[in-house]
Design a protein around this ligand. Structure first.
Ligand SMILES: CC(C)(COP(=O)(O)OP(=O)(O)OC[C@H]1O[C@@H](n2cnc3c(N)ncnc32)[C@H](O)[C@@H]1OP(=O)(O)O)[C@@H](O)C(=O)NCCC(=O)NCCS
Length: 159
């Protein structure tokens, strides 16, 4: 059974494994703990039969702006709508938090992620040259306006 929940302390080591598997320049355990403890962060995990398969991290940056830092699904579980579900929950959390806008940066080579973001209404608003290393790469900057009421019907805990 698929479940979507806020991250708990005990799943952080497994999420770090997914982070290291998926990204060439992964976050550290300390960075995960900072987000886990931050009351302005929404750290969401998607699991199958209690085995975490992916996660996303959204943080409120200002009164009405959020930043989607991270969304990842372990490779064997991709293309089964888990990323879609994480994104819908993150956007619902953003709406519930009263955010008006969500920003993100993504490697220009991460075409699957860029398609996911476009599908959920993000638009490219700029490029940050050389933003990433390992390997050096530009970041595409994307933004989505949150329309109140548009994301109802998707809560963490159910899909
Ligand atoms: C991006 C990512 C989270 C998508 O997860 P996923 O569970 O495979 O995504 P879904 O099955 O829910 O797909 C949702 C949509 O994303 C897009 N998409 C996802 N993977 C894609 C791919 N390889 N090629 C094209 N489109 C893709 C499609 O629009 C898809 O909708 P559709 O199935 O109706 O066509 C996953 O591929 C991943 O972890 N990638 C590596 C990490 C990363 O780059 N993260 C983003 C930067 S932080």
């Amino acid at each position: 059974m698929i479940s979507v929940k806020s991250a708990s302390e005990e799943v952080l080591p497994r999420l770090l494994e997914i982070e290291r598997e998926v990204f060439t320049n992964p976050w550290t355990f300390e960075m995960f703990v900072v987000e886990f403890l931050n009351p302005n962060s929404f750290f969401t995990v998607i699991s199958e039969n209690n085995t975490p398969l992916g996660f996303c991290i959204l943080r409120r940056m200002t009164e009405d702006e959020g930043q989607l830092f991270n969304i990842a699904v372990t490779a064997p579980a991709r293309r089964q709508k888990l990323g879609d579900t994480l994104m819908r929950v993150a956007l619902r959390d953003a709406e519930d938090a009263g955010l008006m806008s969500v920003f993100l940066e993504v490697r220009e080579s991460s075409t699957g992620a860029i398609w996911l973001y476009k599908k959920h209404g993000f638009e490219q608003i700029g490029v940050r040259p050389g933003y990433y290393d390992k390997p050096d790469e530009d970041a595409i900057v994307m933004q989505k306006n949150i329309i109140p009421g548009a994301h109802r019907g998707c809560r963490a805990g159910g899909v």
